[in-house]
Design a protein around this ligand. Structure first.
Ligand code: GLT
Ligand code: MN
Ligand code: MN
Length: 405
């Protein structure tokens, strides 16, 4: 049997050029390692076992490249991807690095900046499609404010909507089958960024002209920066059929934007996320949007990339162990008290069902008194994650559980 911890193309692991390519600059310090050239990044990712590589337009093509330079760069990159067996599943536009975007792109107060942002995005979409991308990510890094007097947040919503509607229409017109994925973040690099959480975007999508073309790209770090539960945000996106892409990394809440190696800060949260992705039937890329520590050299960056994938696969194995753990499954079976007759009565309203429900009486005190065994459940899962759940402890524990029934 194949080693379950070795990445395979069917795992659909991808990395951005900007992730392994990151030279380790931060607001307080200069780069600590050379920026990895896109062709070298492709080689490193293929060696590590990745399936895909993603990019911003300017990760590959410098912002001031001529048309001829662009064509040559793209040709070489496509060839490198082919040679190393990598695909380009997702592409995006850099709408935040160039100084022109200092006050945002689609939500800038300057109509010329907004127009340039649209033009740049249409060109970047063409590039993404040329490379075979199926998903196009929108991260509004500088769509925000420090000075609330400067922008009416309602204008920002309207301008952002107009931009997305415009670009959806562009794709339809070009015959592109691209889907858009909106990525939320609460702050950094702006004091406040519009649409700060995945939930905000899920609501915004319903106001678009082509809502069927647009979903979300939740990022672990961004939900954690907002103090939220990523796995709940992703579950809601799945429930709405809107999980088009996902950015996996890690983050301690309350810190700067860390973009840590997947699962390195909160492995338990990472476990529930992996379990959800694997058990929900999500078929999209598992994209790592993270950076190696600034302490690392090139070998450390490769170690970081392997670590992201390995941790994901370990947690996927843990999800399987959880499904096969008889004590945990017994506990879950007891915890979920299915009551067929009541479910028939409450699932969907009819006058008759509401009348019957109205006539029922409930043992309110008795229901409140019963313990729910969540302490035991959580301890079992914790031990499973910590790797100390041996066969014998499962057997003795399930004896204890039987005693309770
Ligand atoms: C940038 C940001 C990420 C976004 C990328 C896509 S760029 O690194 O921090 O969260 O996903 O624009
Ligand atoms: Mn991201
Ligand atoms: Mn991030």
């Amino acid at each position: 049997m194949a080693d379950p911890l070795t990445p395979k193309p069917t795992d659909r692991f991808s990395f951005g050029l900007w992730t392994v390519g990151n030279p380790g600059r931060d607001p307080f310090g200069e780069p600590v390692r050379p920026r990895l050239d896109p062709l070298e990044a492709v080689e490193m990712l293929a060696e590590a076992g990745a399936w895909g590589v993603n990019l911003h337009d300017n990760d590959l093509v410098p912002i001031d490249a001529t048309a001829r330079e662009r064509d040559r760069i793209v040709k070489d990159f496509r060839q490198a991807c082919r040679d190393h067996g990598l695909v380009v599943p997702m592409a995006t536009t850099n709408l935040f690095t160039d100084p022109i975007f200092k006050d945002g792109a689609f939500t800038s107060n300057d109509g010329r900046v907004r127009a340039y942002a649209l033009q740049k995005t249409m060109r970047a979409i063409d590039l993404g499609v040329e490379l075979g991308a199926k998903v196009y990510v929108f991260w509004g890094g500088r769509e925000g404010t420090e000075v609330d007097a400067s922008k009416d947040a309602r204008d920002a919503c309207r301008r952002f909507r107009e931009a997305i509607d415009y670009l959806c229409a562009y794709c339809i017109d070009q015959g592109y089958s691209l889907r858009f994925a909106l990525e939320a973040k609460p702050n950094e690099p702006r004091a406040d960024i519009f649409f700060p959480t995945t939930g905000h975007y899920l609501a915004f999508i319903t106001t678009l002209a082509h809502p069927e073309m647009v979903g979300v790209n939740p990022e672990v770090a961004h939900e954690h920066m907002a103090g939220l539960n990523m796995h709940h945000a992703v579950a809601q996106a799945i429930d709405m059929g809107k999980l088009f892409h996902i950015d996996l990394n890690d983050q301690v809440p309350g810190r700067y934007d860390q973009d840590l190696r997947f699962g390195s800060a909160n492995p338990k949260a990472a476990f529930f996320l992996v379990r959800l992705l694997e058990e929900s039937g999500y078929e999209g890329p598992r994209h790592f949007d993270a950076h190696a520590y600034r302490t690392e050299d090139r070998d450390g960056v490769a170690e970081f990339a392997r670590g992201c994938m390995r941790t994901y696969l370990i947690l996927k194995e843990k999800a399987r162990e959880m499904r096969e753990d008889s004590e945990i499954q017994d506990l879950l079976a007891r915890i979920h008290r299915h009551q067929r007759d009541l479910e028939d009565l409450t699932r969907q309203y009819t006058k008759d069902r509401a009348r019957k429900l109205g006539e029922m009486s409930f043992d309110r005190k008795g229901l409140a008194e019963a313990g729910l065994e969540y302490e035991r459940l959580d301890q079992c899962v914790t031990e499973l994650l910590l790797g100390v759940r041996s066969k014998s402890s499962k057997a003795s524990a399930s004896g204890r559980a039987r005693g309770r029934r």
